[in-house]
Design a binder for this molecule. Structure first.
Ligand SMILES: *[C@@H]1O[C@H](CO)[C@@H](O)[C@H](O)[C@H]1NC(C)=O
Length: 355
């Protein structure tokens, strides 16, 4: 009933008017990570359309702890047939039965109708445990319309639905990978553009004081000290961008903080901080703020590792506006498109605003 409850100010409901109810139920999810692939066909379904056959589709329901049902999948409509074969579909086992193999799964068969009032053909129940037997004489289900069954003595069924194939795959989480030994490859990129302020001035975000950590150091320590425990070698490539670098003073958007272009890796977060201080003394803060070169740098390395043994994290610490937004977008899109495994790409984009 939709009158405003006492804590809601008047005027936010329609007092005295019943607008229906919304019921929210919660159920703890099992941590089952399996994904099932199922395919069904049907035979001799009831003919529902006046001029023709039927346009059947299936609706799957998971049963809840309290005995109610929740829709968890709907197949496509098979047009104009009483013997449809639906496309195979993937469904998380959690969605199908909350990971409980014995829970009832209800399946309803409908005849699709243009107006949206689909005609009920019949229903049957099964369970994950039964489906997991795969294609099998026991996975042929009679589709029953309970009303028809009550009315007609001779009624047998409204057709049958057959499970054509069943398979299941585990979809590991990020933590599963980490437990299995995936290492984080943590790369840091630091903004050396002039907008950070002259490093010799206390107002600069790059100001090095014996008494207090600057914003860049704080960001680096906050993220790095957590991530470093997931890298057994503790070698962290550290790059700078947006500065004029020695010896010739050209502007670089991808220079090694330790000065070693062959191997920009630093030993531990302490090593990264040392290299950062070293660069601050040597380079001239300049601009513009380009991200694409460092994104591409890490993306190249990530593209070479497709076995899940490494997960690449790029931490970009910056003070401001990206100058090469279009190129940065393109670099990120390219990473995602370059042969990423099914579970997503092994690269995080982490951006830390030094303000
Ligand atoms: C870690 O990533 C960097 C790119 O930032 C790459 O140069 C380096 O080879 C990677 N480390 C390993 C062990 O693959």
């Amino acid at each position: 009933v939709c009158g405003p409850p006492p804590h809601i100010p008047p005027g936010s409901g329609i007092p005295g008017k019943s607008c229906g109810t919304i019921i929210v139920l919660a159920e703890e999810l099992s941590n089952c990570r399996d994904v099932a692939t199922l395919q069904f066909c049907a035979n001799k379904l009831d003919k529902k359309d006046f001029f023709g056959k039927s346009d059947p589709f299936l609706v799957f329901y998971r049963s809840n702890e309290d005995g109610t049902f929740t829709i968890c999948h709907r197949t496509e409509v098979a047009r104009h047939t009483l013997a449809p074969v639906w496309a195979a579909f993937d469904i998380p086992v959690r969605a199908l039965c909350n990971g409980d193999p014995d829970r009832t799964i209800k399946v309803e068969v409908y005849d699709w109708d243009r107006t949206g009032s689909h005609d009920f053909i019949g229903e049957f129940t099964t369970s994950y445990c039964e489906l997991a037997r795969g294609q099998h004489g026991l996975n042929v289900y009679e589709v029953v319309n309970p009303k028809k069954k009550l009315k007609k003595k001779k009624y047998l069924n409204s057709g049958t639905v057959t499970l054509l194939s069943f398979s299941v795959e585990s979809d590991p989480s990020f933590l599963d990978y980490i437990r299995g030994g995936t290492q984080l490859n943590f790369t840091v990129a630091i903004d050396f553009t002039a907008s950070n302020g002259n490093p010799s001035q206390p107002t600069s975000l790059h100001y090095l004081s014996p008494f207090q950590l600057n914003a860049y150091t704080m960001a680096l320590k906050a993220v790095g000290e957590i991530i470093q425990d997931y890298d057994s070698r503790k070698l962290f490539p550290a790059l700078g961008f947006g500065a004029r670098i020695p010896p010739d003073g050209r502007v670089s958007h991808e220079f090694p903080l330790n000065g070693d272009a062959e191997n920009p890796a630093c030993r531990g977060i302490e090593g990264v901080l040392e290299a950062y201080h070293r660069s601050l003394r040597r380079v001239q803060l300049y601009g513009p703020t380009n991200f694409a070169p460092v994104v591409n740098h890490v993306a190249r390395a990530a593209a070479a590792v497709l076995d899940g043994s490494q997960y690449f994290v790029l931490l970009i610490i910056t003070d401001g506006v990206i100058s090469d937004m279009a190129q940065t977008k393109e670099a990120i899109v390219n990473v995602r498109g370059s042969g990423c495994p099914k579970g997503g790409c092994p690269l995080w984009h982490l951006l830390w605003d030094a303000h």
